[in-house]
Design a protein around this ligand. Sequence first.
Ligand code: CO
Length: 218
Amino acid sequence: MCAKTIETENISYETLLQGNRDWVKDTIDNDPNFFNKLSEGQNPPVLWIGCSDSRVPANQITNTKPGDIFVHRNIANVVVHTDMNMLSVLDYSVNVLKVKHVIVCGHYGCGGVKAALGNKQVGIIDNWLRNIRDVYRTHEREMATIKDSDQRFDRLVELNTIEGASNIMNTSIVQAAWANGQDLAVHACVYSLKTGIIKDMKVTCNCLDDVAPAFKVG
Ligand code: CO
């Protein structure tokens, strides 16, 4: 390793390690068995699919603890059928962990969605965000009726999240679970950076009856 140290404004690598030691101490003070229990295994009832944004950490904003939520995050919480990473997480969650809820959670003010709305080239990520442009195109008529650009941005965040949940429902993984009578609900919701509140998009689906015929497998 070379001698140079990499400084950031208020968080260094050492700060993180110290933070970890402080957290371990507080956690054990609060529950001496915390790590013993968690090290035996996990049984989370929820899979969370969210944005990588540093301001939207699944556990904190839902007031849950380690062990409660299985998490998959990517830029702009995009759900596409060809993403092996997402499919592996979903398959493991549904078929091994037997989660009861899959939650796709977007957030207002999402930089990824904003970039998809513009024409500026950013780099490799443009290809990833292309999926959100497809969401825009699918809902072009509704989007065209929204004159205010902030409102249009908010709505695309919502539609991208709803579309993501819909893509989850349309996977063979979720449909097979439903066909086998497994208890599993898929939800879409959006987090507000300004208020901290999570808004349910009211598209929850928990059985095959709700799946559009075009997407039914088997
Ligand atoms: Co985001």
